[in-house]
Design a protein around this ligand. Structure first.
Ligand code: NI
Length: 265
């Protein structure tokens, strides 16, 4: 979550054959995958002329769990968006058909292009959704999401996952929110995916929040994940892969986190 001047956003991606901030390459591959998987693209807004896209399944969700994954809220955390692509490339049809999965693949496109945490106007696209921690209001991206609040809340009624990174750290952790007193299978499943690849953050504080066994539990701030929880999502999480580790490992971890999110009962 904290800003890091030594950004890794321009790292060359081995499997993808481009820079991690290559927005054109990213968008082209995403559109191709979305078409192949039968996802519908909607435009929530165009901050700075860049598209903030929401992808939803063509099929009626019926009684299937409604899940939403967001990534690229901070532009210097590239493994989330690229991990989402890797998840889509590998996703087996049965797993996808078992739920109704919607996607906000790159919320902060100007930050992604520039390799910066904040958007082009210095706003934080993961703050200001609720009037907590002194936040003045939403970013341009946040305002676009809030303008479609009823739609996105319906898409995330059974769960919301935001794929973040902590550029300053070499260990991983997760913020999770559940309607219970202690972390349940949802939180633990995400932590376990991280633990397979990275050291887990030691118990203590991270960004001023108490972390135990790699989990910051039921922390309510003005973030997008807290907004979903406040407005009725059954559960929500913000995962943090360590920006100081190799980017390919981080991309793999993010693909695995989305797989675990989709499979978790
Ligand atoms: Ni972040």
């Amino acid at each position: 979550m904290p800003a890091n001047p030594d950004t890794q956003a321009t790292r060359r991606l081995v499997h993808e054959g481009c820079e991690s901030s290559d927005w054109r390459a990213y968008a082209a591959r995403l559109d191709d995958l979305a078409a192949r998987l039968g996802l519908r693209r909607a435009l929530l807004g165009q901050p700075g002329g860049e598209p903030l896209c929401l992808f939803t399944p063509l099929a009626d969700p019926g009684r299937r769990p409604r899940l939403l994954v967001a990534s690229g809220l901070h532009g210097d955390e590239p493994a989330g968006p690229w991990g989402l692509l890797r998840f889509l490339e590998r996703a087996d049809r049965r797993a996808l058909d078992a739920c109704s999965l919607s996607l906000l693949p790159v919320v902060n496109v100007t930050g992604f292009r520039n390799g910066t945490r904040l958007n082009a106007w210095g706003e934080d696209p993961n703050r200001g959704y609720l009037h907590a921690d002194g936040a003045s209001g939403p970013s341009r991206e946040g305002a676009a999401i809030l303008a479609h609040a009823a739609d996105v809340l319906a898409l995330a009624s059974d769960g919301f996952l935001a794929c973040h990174e902590d550029p300053a750290l070499a260990c991983a952790y997760v913020y999770s929110l559940e309607r219970r007193q202690s972390p349940g299978p949802f939180s633990i499943a995400l932590r376990e995916v991280l633990a397979r690849r990275f050291p887990i953050h030691p118990d203590g504080l991270v960004d001023g929040c108490p972390v135990r066994d790699g989990i910051v539990f039921n922390h309510h701030d003005s973030s997008l994940e807290a907004w979903f929880m406040r407005n009725g999502s059954a559960r929500a999480a913000c995962t943090e892969t360590p920006g100081q580790c190799a980017i390919d490992e981080r991309i793999e971890a993010n693909a695995g986190l989305i797989e675990a999110f989709v499979r978790c009962p």
